[in-house]
Design a binder for this molecule. Structure first.
Ligand code: NDP
Ligand code: OXD
Length: 310
C-alpha cells in the first residue's frame, strides 16, 4: 500500500484517481482535507499547500508539485529536510504557455493596440509592416518553458536573447547568464518575457533598472510570478514611455483587486493567471511514472533544487 494525499482543487479528480488506481492497484488516495490517518501519508500531490501543513505527515517521503513554480511549497517552514520535491512536467503546459507568449508578442509586433485605437476612432490608416528580424525578444529564464518559447519565436524570424543562471548553448538563441550579463542581454530587447522561477535572486527583477536597460518603447510580458515585478516601476515606465505596454498574466495579489491601478491602464493587458494550465487528465501518465520510479528506487526526474529555489 502506498498512500498519497492530493491537496488541490480540480475538476475530474475522481477520474484521475480511477486511472491511477487502475495502474497502481495498491495506491491509497486521499483528497485534502479528508485524511483518515495522516500518519500513513507517504506522498503529497499539490501546488499551493496551506502553510505549515507538512508537519502533519511524519512518514512523508515524496512531494509532487502540480505547478511549474514551487515557491509555495518551499515556503512551508515545516518542510521535511530530505523529502524530494518533483515537478510534474507535461508537454501541454509548455505548448499552451508558448501559445500565450506568441499571441502577446505578435499583438505588440503587428501594432494590434494601435489598430484598436484606430478602429475606435473609425480611422483608416495603414502603418508600415514591421520585420520580425528587427524585433529582438529577450527571454528571462531558459528552462522548460523559456526554451520552447524562444525556439518557436525564433522560427518566426525574431532574434532571441535568452538569460539564465548558468551558461547555455541553444541553437539560434543568443545566450546570456548571470547578473553581470543581464544588462547586456536587455540592451537590444524590444520585448521582454519573464519566465523565471520566483526565488530570492529573481524577486523584483522587473524593475526600473531593468526597464531602462531596454530600448525606449519596449514591451513587457510577465507570465512568471507577480512578485517578479515592481508594480510602481512599471507604472512609471509606462507613464514615461520607456515601456509602451505590458501583458501581465500574474500578479502579487491574485485575484487582482478591483481598485488596482493596472485595470485602468489601457497599455496593460491583463489575464487571470491563465497563460497555461494542466487539465487533470494530463497528469495521469507523469504521475504514474513518478510514483513507479520512486517506489522502484529509480532516479527521479525534475527534482527541485531547494538551495536554488527551483
Ligand atoms: P525551469 O525551472 O525549467 O527554468 C527556470 C529557468 O530560470 C532556468 O533557465 C534557470 O536557469 C533560470 N533562472 C533561475 N534563477 C535564475 C537567476 N537567478 N538568474 C537567471 N536565470 C535564472 O522553470 P519552467 O520553465 O518550468 O517555469 C518557469 C516559471 O514559469 C515557473 O517557475 C513559474 O513561476 C512560471 N509559470 C507560470 C505559469 C502561468 O500560468 N503564468 C505556468 C507555469 C509556470 P538555469 O537554466 O541556469 O538553471
Ligand atoms: C505554475 C503556474 O507554476 O500555473 O504551474 O503558475
Amino acid at each position: 500500500m502506498f498512500s498519497i494525499l492530493i491537496i488541490y482543487e480540480a475538476e475530474n479528480l475522481q477520474l484521475l484517481i480511477k486511472e491511477l488506481k487502475a495502474s497502481i492497484p495498491d495506491l491509497d488516495v486521499h483528497i485534502w482535507p479528508k485524511v483518515e490517518n495522516a500518519d500513513n501519508i507517504e506522498a503529497i500531490l499539490t501546488w499551493k499547500p496551506p502553510l505549515g501543513i507538512m508537519a502533519k505527515f511524519p512518514k512523508l517521503k515524496l512531494i509532487i508539485s502540480l505547478g511549474a513554480g514551487v515557491e509555495e511549497i518551499l515556503r512551508d517552514p515545516n518542510l521535511p529536510a530530505n523529502v524530494p520535491i518533483v515537478r510534474l512536467i507535461e508537454p501541454c503546459v509548455t505548448s499552451r504557455m508558448t501559445e500565450y507568449i506568441l499571441l502577446a508578442v505578435l499583438r505588440f509586433h503587428r501594432q494590434a493596440f494601435t489598430y484598436q485605437t484606430f478602429q475606435q476612432a473609425r480611422h483608416w490608416q495603414a502603418l508600415p509592416l514591421p520585420e520580425t528580424s528587427s524585433c529582438t525578444i529577450g527571454i528571462l529564464g531558459l528552462g522548460i518553458l523559456g526554451t520552447d518559447a524562444a525556439q518557436k519565436l525564433n522560427t518566426l524570424g525574431f532574434p532571441i536573447r535568452g538569460w539564465s543562471r548558468t551558461p547555455k548553448n541553444i541553437d539560434g538563441i543568443e545566450c546570456f547568464h548571470g547578473r553581470e550579463q543581464l544588462k547586456l542581454c536587455l540592451s537590444k530587447c524590444r520585448v521582454l518575457v519573464c519566465l523565471l522561477p520566483l526565488t530570492r535572486e529573481t524577486k523584483g527583477i522587473l524593475n526600473r533598472e531593468t526597464f531602462s536597460a531596454m530600448p525606449q518603447g519596449s514591451y513587457l510580458i510577465n507570465v512568471a510570478r507577480g512578485q517578479h515585478l515592481v508594480e510602481q516601476d512599471l507604472l512609471e515606465a509606462l507613464d514615461s514611455g520607456q515601456l509602451s505596454g505590458a501583458c501581465l498574466d500574474v500578479f502579487s495579489q491574485e485575484p487582482l483587486p478591483k481598485n488596482h491601478p493596472f485595470w485602468s491602464y489601457p497599455q496593460i493587458t491583463i489575464t487571470p493567471h491563465v497563460a497555461t494550465q494542466t487539465d487533470s487528465e494530463y497528469w495521469t501518465k507523469p504521475l504514474i511514472d513518478t510514483i513507479r520510479c520512486f517506489r522502484g528506487g529509480l532516479p527521479l526526474k525534475n527534482v527541485v533544487n531547494r538551495q536554488q529555489g527551483y
